[in-house]
Design a protein around this ligand. Structure first.
Ligand code: PGA
Length: 254
């Protein structure tokens, strides 16, 4: 199955820093074939698309509106993203769910709006620490996936199984592992990725499943080699070109 190395820059970097990152990345990644994605802020998208070409980087937004246009102050339209050469969007990142009230329903609506406009989606799911402690992980990830399954079914012809150029994927990111330095154990990753693949397969959907949460070059070898893991969604360790290239190399060789 397709592998994807994805960087989530969150609220970081200026345009100048974006250009420096991508010009440093180009020579480091000239031999790499694995798909590389950077998800960045609205004001950096155009710069990232232009400077990303030489580095073979595809640019994603971190958010996409439910609709193409209308009274949605502060949102970004899929049409506006396409106009800049952006190829997709993250949807449902835990920081959007926690701080900006994205729900399973709004996440599904955002995924639909993106796919309807031929943008790819990296759909993020994951349980909180208290949910994990109450053994609710499987229930939570299945609930999060159930909301978006009808959307994936509707746009099945755009998913990687049918359209090899697609970068649409699920990212499993335990909330307690994001930005904390606490990585899920290999057993937890393998078990949860198996649940995610099984749930999708029950609905006739096959997608790459990326792991995210404190991924670093030092721990990614083992994670990337785990059954059911097709890539990484990486925050902190995607901010330096050397580290992002290293992560991509590790994934390619896993
Ligand atoms: P982190 O972030 O790698 O810094 O933990 C991951 C993410 O939020 O996608």
């Amino acid at each position: 199955m397709k592998k994807i190395a994805a960087g989530n820059w969150k609220l970081q970097k200026t345009r100048k820093e974006t250009e420096s990152f991508l010009s440093a990345l180009a020579p480091l990644s000239s031999e790499l074939k694995t798909d590389r994605v950077i998800a960045t802020s609205p004001t950096l998208l155009e710069t990232a698309v232009k400077a990303g070409e030489a580095a073979g980087v595809k640019v994603f937004s971190q958010n996409v509106a439910f609709e193409d246009s209308g009274a949605w102050t502060g949102e970004i339209s899929p049409l506006q993203l396409k106009e800049l050469g952006v190829v997709g969007s993250l949807v449902g990142h835990s920081e959007r769910r926690t701080h900006f009230a994205d729900s399973n329903e709004t996440c599904a609506a955002r995924a639909k709006s993106a796919l309807k406009n031929n943008l790819d989606v990296i759909f993020c799911i994951g349980e909180s620490l208290s949910q994990r402690e109450q053994s609710l992980t499987k229930t939570i990830v299945e609930e999060q996936l159930a909301a978006v399954v009808p959307v994936f079914k509707e746009f099945a012809s755009q998913l990687p199984g049918t359209n090899p150029g697609s970068l649409t994927a699920v990212a499993y990111e335990p909330v307690w592992a994001i930005g904390t330095g606490k990585v899920a154990t290999i057993e937890q990753i393998e078990e949860t990725h198996a649940w995610v693949h099984a749930f999708l397969n029950e609905h006739g959907i096959e997608l790459p499943v990326l792991y995210g949460g404190s991924v670093k070059p030092r721990n990614f070898g083992e994670i990337a080699g785990t059954d059911g893991v097709q890539g990484g969604l990486v925050g902190g360790a995607s901010l330096e070109a050397e580290s992002f290239a290293e992560l991509t190399k590790i994934l390619e060789n896993a």
